[in-house]
Design a protein. Structure first.
Length: 260
């Protein structure tokens, strides 16, 4: 005697997943929301560190190599799209391992030499781990793209404990950033299939941007010398001297105590 088949539920008849599948999807959604939140926190941590470096350069060294900073965290749709294109399993654990640019920070510097200086100061901090570096300034991409790329890992401290999270840091000059921004718009317009003559023109423009970078850096050194921070600091020596003299006089010529 055959067993009668169970009639489909109303949800199944309407094409909706069963409760068990729905619960799995809900858990997966919560995991992705949490993952995106963690990457947002990691980007915030890196931005804070960069701002501290900027203030230190400005107030102590009297020279600020950082022009401006931008950041972004990929949307869940963008994350999943990249994972599928790379053949990565669509789980938070696999995506964490296979997609390293979910959180990104871009630093625009004044001159070429500043790019390596800023990266060196950033990754020298004890809670930052340098994972990989790709120097597209020393070895540009075939299309002329130049930038210093680094993948770093930084702990995000949550109520459940620290979560090591990767952030991609791109460091480039103003000229490199200008070229890369326009190149991206052109490639987007042609959906990546840029005609050969435009691709060559972009490569030529990248060479012109590089010449501009190097010429401006040469002019900067001619005006300020090899150590511009010393030149800019000397302009405030008279102010510093007056402040020190006033402090000396106010404390009675050396009677200042740390406990006063």
């Amino acid at each position: 005697m055959s067993t009668p088949q169970q009639s489909p539920s109303l949800a199944q008849r309407r094409g909706m997943p069963d409760p068990e599948t729905l619960a799995r999807l809900q858990r997966l959604r919560e995991q992705f929301v949490r993952m995106q939140m963690e990457y947002g926190f990691a980007v915030d941590e890196v931005l804070t560190k960069i701002e501290i470096l900027r203030q230190e350069f400005l107030h102590l060294h009297r020279y600020n190599p950082i022009e401006h900073v931008t950041s972004r965290v990929k949307s869940p749709a963008s994350i999943l799209d990249k994972a599928m294109r790379r053949g990565i399993d669509l789980t938070p654990e696999a995506i964490r391992q296979g997609v390293t640019d979910i959180g990104g920070v871009r630093i625009t510097c004044s001159f070429i030499a500043d790019t390596s200086t800023v990266l060196e100061h950033l990754v020298s901090q004890t809670d930052i781990e340098l994972v990989t570096v790709k120097d597209y300034i020393a070895q540009p991409k075939p299309n002329g793209y130049k930038s210093l790329h680094a993948i770093i890992r930084i702990p995000v401290f949550l109520s459940t404990g620290p979560v090591p999270t990767t952030v991609e840091v791109q460091i480039r000059t103003i000229a490199m950033d200008f070229w890369a921004s326009l190149e991206h718009k052109i490639y987007y317009k042609y959906d990546g299939q840029v005609p050969d003559h435009l691709a060559q023109s972009l490569a030529d423009a990248a060479a012109v941007a590089d010449q501009l970078d190097r010429r401006m850096e040469q002019l900067h050194r001619e005006v300020h010398g090899p150590h511009p921070e010393r030149e800019e600091r000397s302009r405030l020596d008279d102010l510093d001297e007056r402040l020190l003299r006033a402090l000396w006089e106010r404390t009675g010529g050396g009677g200042y105590s740390a406990t006063t």
